[in-house]
Design a protein around this ligand. Sequence first.
Ligand SMILES: [Zn+2]
Length: 302
Amino acid sequence: MAVAIFALGLAFGSFLNVCIYRLPRGLSVIHPGSTCPNCAQPIRFYDNIPILSWLILRRRCRHCKVPISPRYLIVELLTGALFLACYAYFGLTLVALKYCVFGFLLLGLIFTDAETQLLPDKLTLPGIVLGLLFSLVVPVNDLLSNMLFGLIYQPAASASNPWLSLLQALIGAAAGASFIYGAGAIYLRARGVEGMGFGDVKLMAMVGAFLGIRLTIFTLFSASIVGSLTGLSTVLVVWIKRTRRRMVRHHESASEARRHGWESASIALRRFPMPFGGFLGSMAMVPSFFGDQFFRWYGRLL
Ligand SMILES: [Zn+2]
């Protein structure tokens, strides 16, 4: 069973690779069949087997011999691992299906954002709808919004009431979208450049619809921590490298080299497009499996 589910994940990963390449370019994901991105030759079915073809053809197109991006292999393996993890955690249940769908969409968005800085509507908008639909069959059962409704409803009532669960998914979607919209507005005011786009707003609406408000807040906080740490370490690495180079090549004094190095580092930070959608997407993946454990641990800590 596990092998079959892993193979199914690989096949979906293979399809996801097509989506990652074609959706940002406005191409259809169904027609025509797979072609080489370089020479546009159709890829035959026997050259399109996940992992195996990549290894047999030694990472090159059969026709033009141009290397194929390792992303194809990475996305296939990650999707296979995702499906397997959902099965291991939740068994053959609707919950497993829900997190397979959610993770599949997130993987597509993370890699599209990394390659093109775009979060295609064709992934986020159906994602929002799917998240809301899944809330009807898999209870969101969100403690925080249960507390909000505690005056009217019994806690954890959504476990037995699909409409309450849908309401919680709607609240999650609205909260995710408005938090990121607010953060984007503050960022624009503070730095004068656009940090977040409407793609991120739709991404967080989708995350909210799948996870509910509590785990959405968890996603936003952890993504901003990971994002800040990445930005900070980028600045530090550039600063140290430039300072050293200036001291060696330009024979500057240590303090002068440090000052010039700092200037280059801050320019690098401004120019470097932060893949914030990628951070949000990655951190949204975590609470699918570990969110409840985290809050139990956090609760004990308090
Ligand atoms: Zn080719």
